[in-house]
Design a protein around this ligand. Structure first.
Ligand code: AVJ
Length: 312
């Protein structure tokens, strides 16, 4: 056990202990993505009910000629969160990018993304940066200024409560500099049934993704959480305009994590993720509040997902 405990991220321990001690209990969503969690998320993106990935990819393909016209050739593309190997090439090819700077906290993921792209784009200058994109980071000089295009797809912005989303956008602005552009994906508000179906589907992949957080806590923090006494729940929080993932206890449970004891009553939950959904005005207002001026917005025909181009 010592071997595992010593390799644990102290921030994980701190976030979990604080999250389990506060009411309502909540653990930041980024901890869902260990290697198993990332694999499960990848499986989620291929589910028929999880519309965002397929919708955004098709939308990107459709709008690329217009994006290329607005953006011009020869940019440095800075992607926050290492590339999706399906979406990134669409953009790099269409805007004829000179340089690609993927920023991600996982070095393994970065290397995979970089290798995957190097074969496909032999002339592209690839500068992976291993960093948490939410914090100050050192980017190459070429990743600052007028020839830069930030790329933040996948509606990852939805994971952040608007207060921290605007902080993140301002931080992107400072990092990329005046004159930079940003292409950002946002998931739209839609009927509750479809939203809930995208986050709680019969295949149970999202449930496994959510429950993996408890396994991870048990594995990395010497936990004794009875994972079988928890179920996944996806809730629409209307006033906050977001899907919430919860891990709900189905019985009264007691357990230990990192030497501390916890008790939960049946029906109580651990809130594990937020996924904010925006209307057209709300999405653009969020960008404005974060220091970015929207230039254009595109959506698919059904209005399920939007891509916004903004200027710093
Ligand atoms: C990767 C944060 C965009 O919120 O839709 C998918 C994560 N969680 N199913 C999302 C997720 C459950 C996803 N993001």
């Amino acid at each position: 056990m010592l071997a595992t405990s010593s390799s644990v991220d102290p921030q994980f321990r701190e976030d979990v202990l604080r999250g389990l001690s506060s009411l309502p209990r909540a653990i930041p969503a980024r901890w869902l993505y260990d290697s198993r969690g990332s694999e499960l998320f990848d499986d989620i993106t291929r589910l028929a009910s999880y519309y965002p990935t397929a919708t955004e990819t098709r939308l990107l393909e459709r709008i690329m000629p217009e994006v290329a016209k607005a953006v011009g050739a020869g940019r440095t593309v800075v992607e926050f969160g290492a590339g999706s190997l399906t979406k990134t090439p669409i953009l790099l090819r269409a805007v004829d990018a000179l340089r690609y700077v993927p920023v991600d906290i996982s070095g393994d993921y970065l290397r995979e993304a970089a290798e995957g792209l190097a074969g496909e784009f032999p002339d592209l200058d690839i500068h992976p940066v291993e960093a948490n994109f939410g914090e100050a980071m050192d980017l190459p000089d070429s990743a600052h200024g007028e020839k830069v295009l930030g790329f933040f797809p996948g509606s990852t912005i939805g994971n952040f409560v608007p207060w921290s989303a605007t902080n993140l956008l301002r931080h992107f602005r400072t990092t990329l500099g005046t004159g930079a552009l940003l292409l950002i994906g946002m998931d739209r508000v839609k009927p509750v049934e479809r939203l809930v179906a995208a986050y709680d589907e019969p295949e149970g992949v999202t449930a496994a993704f959510n429950l993996n957080l408890l396994d991870r806590i048990n594995r990395e923090l010497d936990g004794t959480i009875p994972v079988g006494s928890f179920v996944h729940e996806a809730r629409w929080n209307d006033i906050m305009s977001r899907i919430e993932m919860h891990l709900v206890a189905t019985a009264d449970v007691t357990f230990e994590v990192a030497g501390r004891s916890f008790a939960m009553a049946a029906g109580e939950s651990i809130h594990s993720e937020n996924s904010h959904k925006y209307g057209p005005r709300g999405g653009r207002l969020l960008l404005l509040a974060g220091g970015w001026t929207p230039i254009r917005e595109w959506t698919d025909a059904a209005g399920d997902f939007s891509l916004i181009l903004a200027e710093a």
